[in-house]
Design a binder for this molecule. Sequence first.
Ligand code: DCS
Length: 477
Amino acid sequence: MDSAAPAVTIESINPKVLGCDYAIRGEIASHAQRLQHELQNKPGSHPFNEILYFNVGSPQSLGQKAITFFREVLVLCDHPPLLDKSETHALFSGDAIARARQILDVIPGRTTGGYSDTLGVKGLRDAVAAGIGSRDGFPANPDDVFLTDGATPAVHIIMQLLIRSEKDGILCPIPQYPLYSASIFLHGGSLVPYYLDESTGWGLEIAELKKQLDDARSKGITVRALVVINPGNPTGQVLAKENQKQIVEFCKNEGLVLLADEVYQDNVYVDDKKFNSFKKIARSMGYEDEDLCLVSIHSVSKGYYGECGKRGGYMEVTGFGKEVKEQICKVAIVNLCFSNISGQILVGDESYESFNAEKQGILSSLARRAKALEDAFNGLEGVTCNKAEGAMYLFPRLHLPQKAIEAAKAVDAAPDMFYARCLLDATGIVVVPGSGFGQEPGTWHIRCTILPQEEKIPGIICRLQAFHEAFMQQFRD
Ligand code: DCS
């Protein structure tokens, strides 16, 4: 045997790792990093002087300020001796001091440096359950609440639980947030696509669900779950109550777990739509715990928190029965605990008057930014863009001239990738090609966050317009 042969090579790693894709940090983002490096080493080497990362939904990376109250509570919990210092009362709000004391009282050992209880600190799970109860008007059981390091691990846990082989399928929206395709692939299952209807504002049709379910079953796939992202990423639609009722009924009748990704529940920007949790919908239809297997996931990365780096989230798991829940707990035990304590503190925090102004300021500014960017996209030749009713993104459709499609082909790129790359090279603006989320064959999109700070939006729109006009001019048929 060749002793110099490496123990692991790209050919010998798990093909599930090799084959899984996450376009948000894909080819365009890597190219952007190269350009950033070049700009640093050689200022003036590109027609722009900064890279604008609109590919990732990370509000604070794009300038959103953290809510003061949350950060004060975290600092005080991380360093409890501050609570005994007189200066602390001048530097920190009374609400934050009181809240930090309450939180420390429920954390074993009064420290953020220990492993927490397996499912998360009991007192904080109680707070999350109370929050869900007041949101929905139906009580939540703290034993159904698992605190997680953001929403991502919750998705992996559920996929791990449900997927036994490639014969197990998960119904997943197209377009979708690529965590779903990646996690289904990594856990060895089959993604069963259902298409959202762009012409009705990314409508979710039950007939389409049924068609895809039947088709998968006819191929021998056991469909285990339906993923619904509400409000949608990348599509931004907020589901209507009646539609949600149909979805709940569909899952119950077809014996599917409903995996409700509700991380954007605070991000709704239109007056005629309101977020309703699937739990509330199911309970208001008279469905009890045992009638429906439902997982609702949430995160402090989104909403007005924007605390992506703190990795806080939860999943509320209902209808699974005691034995299955014990198995989820076992996975948590193997992890020692599912999540870090700072994230747990954030997710368990309550709404205080003292941060209401900051919260409203962030949410109303996001609504204005969504509208300004939506109007700008709709003003571009050959671009149509549905409303961002919620979430943090726009997903405009590009109707590209044939010459642009051929130019893309000539460099072996999909047309949306080609467009995103030309946009980056000309303006420094980083977006994600629609192919990273899935799209109807033959349609092309890009995804752009609505997160640039408000004062930067007019300048960004000007750059976008100038680029698009030049692009269309160059490739006009
Ligand atoms: N679910 C959805 C729908 C998301 O959009 C994201 C993150 C997550 C789950 C995972 O969030 P956390 O693990 O941070 O809690 N959204 C990514 C996106 O589309 N751009 O950047 C992050």
